[in-house]
Design a protein around this ligand. Structure first.
Ligand SMILES: Cc1ncc(C[n+]2csc(CCOP(=O)(O)OP(=O)(O)O)c2C)c(N)n1
Ligand SMILES: [Mg+2]
Length: 770
């Protein structure tokens, strides 16, 4: 890295000020200048921004390389926008419309913002951890030769200090240590304030130990140059300063120079007399705010000292609201300057009224060329990067043969067959699992393709010739990333690998497996992955109460409802192996399609007799969400509507009832999620004057308008019971509302009313005259 010249440092300081002004002004404009018809609070975080402008100026205009990627702490979003505004890559219009419809977003958003955003943020902690998994993905791609050494970058997280309370940060840290991750900078904006107040002192003494013990270098940027020099000169002052609590320090920063003087005189007396005498109030106030995170020289030096690949935690001391009237006040998190305060700041920053949006307003003629030159040569990507879709051809995925199969076993078989057949898709699949690789049937695939470890790993058991079905050796060419048991990490890994096309221009097909109930463990991370449009295949198995004796605690009920409400994730629940193969093919296609999405497959360990097919007309329906496994007769009075593992019960009941209930149909639902989407989309389209086919309406319209539906799934009954609302047909919903009991399948199905008797009773109830 080139040593910055004095001119560069001066220019960086000016940029820091410009960022502070522009971010504050953007928030102010949205709250106090723009018209608001609805009277709703707009909000924004001027203090959180001011805390970070120096750090971000030093990072973006000095340290960042063109292949580096950054997750910006959510509440510093306006600073990122200001950076791109100075670079010419953000429009004034978007800033004027900050937090408005189509304007710059509250928190950096990959999908909604027009500027390049490497990682969306918002839910604190997740943006931090995803950088670690992105760095792992970069190593994975480098080992395969898809990212060249010269194109490798560093992954930077700009972190609010309170974000360090999120447990997912440490889950990632632990996983990162196991995988020996590198090229990471996590930069903590240590303003010692969270949302509610100042943060607790005790813990902060421990963070550096935690990180060091996980192999990280920790660089503390506590003092700016001036303050360091003053404290060196007056050691007694230094020890006094260092024992101030977070709250005391913040309060003093808020109160300013006179308060510092009073405290020093009261507590140090004659020991500080000379020092106090040498400084007027303004000088005292300014000296004590010279913390490392606001001192450009210290920041530049700190960044320059961490140029190797060792993961590095920077703890940059800052003041929340630095340079603003509420600096240091414990309530300033969502604080907004009022118009009078804003006008004073404008004056102080040399910004003329009416010129608030001028990028370099207030920059003197002498400094301007240096600032312009620095902006010009900054290596920050100014354009949104392409997303790298549509480059991999997805072959047909054949269904595995076998009269009796479970969808979980078929999943393992399909992957094994794909691996053996080889080809680009197979080479670009990366599987990952939080310690349930073997129990979710990924084992055969892993035997074929190997575990991934950057520096390899011997299979000690194999070496010792101890018999085992599972090979467990790793190399940097392996295609399975084994994770410890932390489902948050699974979803962050899927998010990072699912963004590989965006981040590295190389598409990966990430497949993650876990037990269905543990989706809830990683739910926010899953939502985070979908929110940024990462593409992956999630395979959740086993599921429901159908896992029987394997354990009540592992039964799952509500994931289909979660999927019903989760944008960007398509739920498929196959009953048969051929459906599963079609769904996996579709899921791969969706991963590489600009208009695609991620897929969630809910599978089961129950081996069931496969259905006889004549032709493949079922396939289209199965991919759209449902098809008639047994077509209803004209104007049928009833139908059984079933999903997934309970299909044998539904078929048996259908056989038993078909004579008594003429025309009885059996609808196999493969995706309540898609059916529901189709229903609402058709309705919305009608209001737009468009006539669209409505898959679920078409399916149900084959029945009599007064028909009754018995719905059944090994899941919360609400996953299917809503179907009655489509055409106003009556419903008898069957499903699982309680869990936790182990037992044989027959016992459990009887106890939870998932059997043929329950279906028969349901049909009888619907057909009896009211
Ligand atoms: C998961 C999650 N929980 C709660 C919030 C609400 N929230 C937003 S910012 C914040 C505190 C942030 O403090 P810090 O990380 O120190 O940021 P800064 O002081 O720089 O604003 C909280 C609790 C959130 N955004 N995400
Ligand atoms: Mg903070």
């Amino acid at each position: 890295m080139l040593k910055p010249t004095t001119t560069d440092i001066e220019a960086l300081k000016i940029i820091d000020e410009r960022l502070r002004w522009l971010s504050a002004w953007t928030v102010h404009h949205a709250n106090h200048v723009r018209e608001h018809a609805d009277g709703l609070k707009v909000g924004g975080h001027q203090a959180s921004c001011a805390s970070m402008t120096a750090i971000m100026a030093a990072l973006y205009f000095h340290a960042l390389g063109e292949n580096d990627r950054v997750a910006v702490k959510p509440h510093a979003g306006p600073v990122l926008h200001a950076i791109h505004y100075l670079l010419g890559s953000q429009s004034r219009q978007a800033l004027e419309n900050f937090r408005g419809f189509g304007g710059a977003q509250s928190y950096p958003s990959r999908t909604k913002d027009k500027i390049p955003v490497d990682f969306s943020t918002g839910s604190v902690g997740l943006g931090v951890a995803i950088t670690l998994f992105a760095s792992l993905v970069q190593d994975f791609l480098t080992a395969r030769g898809w990212v060249e050494e010269k194109d490798r970058g560093r992954f930077v997280a700009l972190i609010g200090d309170a974000e360090l309370d999120e447990g997912n940060v440490y889950e990632a840290l632990i996983e990162g240590y196991k995988h020996d991750v590198r090229n990471l900078w996590w930069i903590v904006d240590y303003n010692r304030q969270s949302l509610d107040a100042t943060s607790t002192d005790r813990m902060f003494e421990r963070f550096d130990e935690i990180f060091r013990s996980c192999g990280w270098r920790v660089i503390e940027l506590r003092y700016g140059k001036q303050l360091r020099a003053a404290l060196d000169k007056h050691p007694e002052l230094g020890s006094w300063f260092e024992q101030l609590s977070n709250a005391e320090l913040s309060a003093l920063h808020y109160q300013g120079g006179a308060a510092w003087r009073k405290r020093l005189e009261a507590e140090l007396g004659s020991k500080a007399a000379a020092f106090v005498k040498d400084h007027d109030d303004a000088a005292l106030g300014s000296l004590f705010t010279d913390l490392g995170g606001h001192c450009m020289e210290s920041l530049v030096e700190g960044f320059d000292a961490a140029q190797d690949g060792v993961p590095t935690l920077f703890i940059a001391w800052t003041i929340k609201g630095y340079g603003l009237p509420f600096a240091g006040h414990k309530d300033n998190h969502a604080g907004l300057m009022n118009p009078t305060q804003m006008a004073a700041l404008r004056e102080a920053m040399g910004v003329r009224e009416g010129y608030e949006w001028e990028p370099l307003e207030g920059v003197g003629d002498n400094s301007r060329p240096g600032v312009e030159a620095l902006l010009e040569r900054s290596r920050v990507a100014r354009e949104k990067r392409g997303r790298g879709f549509g480059k991999v051809s997805v072959p047909a995925v054949p269904a595995p043969a076998g009269e009796e199969q479970s969808t979980q076993a078929a999943f393992g078989r399909i992957l094994l067959d794909l691996s053996k057949a080889g080809g680009e898709l197979a080479d670009r699949i990366v599987t990952t699992s939080p310690d349930v690789t073997v129990s979710t049937n990924l084992g055969a695939w892993v035997n074929q393709r190997g575990l991934y470890r950057r520096s390899g790993m011997l299979d000690v058991f194999a070496q010792a010739k101890i018999a085992s079905a599972q090979k467990w050796s790793a190399s940097n060419k392996g295609q399975h990333v084994e994770l410890g048991i932390a489902e948050n990490n699974l979803f962050l890994m899927l998010a990072a690998a699912g963004l590989s096309g965006d981040l590295f221009g190389e598409r990966l097909f990430p497949i993650g497996t876990l037990y269905d109930p543990f989706i809830a463990r990683g739910l926010d991370a899953m939502n985070y992955a979908c929110y940024q449009d990462a593409r992956f295949l999630l395979v959740a198995t086993p599921s429901g109460i159908t896992l029987g004796p394997e354990g009540g605690a592992h039964q799952s009920i509500n994931p289909p409802l979660i999927a019903l409400g989760q944008p960007g994730l398509r739920h498929y629940e196959p009953a048969y192996a051929d459906e599963l193969a079609a769904m996996m093919e579709e899921a791969f296609r969706l991963i590489d399609d600009p208009n695609g999405e991620s897929t969630y497959l809910r599978l089961s360990t129950r081996a069931i007799r496969q259905v006889e097919r004549s032709g493949d007309s079922w396939r289209e329906g199965a991919l759209k969400g449902g098809y008639w496994l047994r077509e209803p007769g004209p104007n049928a009075e009833a139908a059984i509507v079933a999903m997934g593992a309970v299909m044998p019960e539904a078929l048996r009941a259908w056989e038993e009832l078909r004579e008594d209930v003429p025309g009885l149909g059996l609808l196999s639902v493969t995706s309540p999620d898609l059916l529901h989407r189709g229903w609402t989309a058709a309705q919305a389209a009608r209001w737009g004057g468009e006539r669209k086919p409505r898959p679920i309406e078409q399916l149900l319209a084959m029945l009599s308008p007064n028909a009754g539906l018995v719905t059944i799934a090994d899941a919360a009954p609400a996953a299917l019971s809503w179907l009655g609302g489509v055409l106003g047909q009556r419903v008898a919903p069957l499903g699982v509302e309680k869990f936790g009991q182990t037992g044989s399948l027959a016992d459990l199905y009887a106890a939870y009313r998932l059997d043929g008797d329950a279906i028969t009773e349901g049909v009888a109830e619907l057909l009896l005259p009211a």
